[in-house]
Design a binder for this molecule. Structure first.
Ligand code: AMP
Length: 193
């Protein structure tokens, strides 16, 4: 895998473990020669991730909408910075650039982004793996809820199983490498909504 997108909080969250995990992912990607693709900001876990990857000699591509440049304090030190006009463009470009997607702890923006790429997989728009890095059990109750939604007949089992829940980033990469996407009818048109 050449490039992996990371969606994560624009805040640091309540536990030092979240910052440590964001930095560990950036360092791991740099070591493995994987380019980090992310939202382009320098605040919260987003900034920690980018700074750690760059400090370890890694490449980082940031994709930030112009209207968010001030609010998310656009990062000036990235290998490649793409300024786009909308949130939709941001997600489309991040998705196109990346071979896989990881959510680290975060809030509504993080949820929205990882769920959208998951729905794109369900629609057959891509066959790339995606996962939730379960730092300090942050996503455990979400995994339980998704199992509930599966049991209640709203998420098919093969789709529920697309998302990998894993606490160790290196193991997540191994699971990405052996990922076998479910058979889904391919999206007929490549445009994203
Ligand atoms: P949060 O997890 O709420 O701290 O947000 C993390 C990142 O998600 C921030 O860069 C937000 O700008 C971004 N974000 C929030 N909503 C969207 C959206 N609809 N499309 C793309 N990115 C978003």
């Amino acid at each position: 895998m050449k490039r992996i997108a990371v969606f994560c909080g624009s805040n640091h969250g309540a536990r030092p473990a979240y910052t440590a995990a964001a930095r560990a992912v950036g360092e791991l990607f740099a070591r493995e020669g994987i380019t980090t693709v992310y939202g382009g900001g320098s605040v919260g876990l987003m900034g920690e991730l980018a700074d750690a990857a760059l400090a370890s000699g890694g490449e980082v591509i940031g994709v930030i909408p112009r209207p968010l440049w001030d609010r998310e304090v656009g990062h000036h030190g990235l290998t490649d910075l793409r300024i786009v006009e909308s949130m939709h463009e941001r997600k489309t470009l991040i998705s196109a650039l990346s071979d896989a997607f990881i959510a680290l702890p975060g809030g509504l923006g993080t949820f929205e982004e990882i769920f959208e790429v998951w729905t794109w997989a369900q629609l057959g728009m891509h066959q790339k793996p995606l996962g939730f890095l379960n730092v300090d059990e942050y996503f455990s109750s979400l995994a339980t809820f998704l199992d509930h939604a599966n049991g209640e007949g709203f998420i098919r089992t093969e789709q529920r199983n697309v998302a990998i829940f894993e606490s160790d980033p290196a193991t997540m990469l191994q699971r990405f490498a052996s990922y076998a996407p479910p058979a889904v009818r391919k999206w007929i048109d490549d445009s994203r909504t």
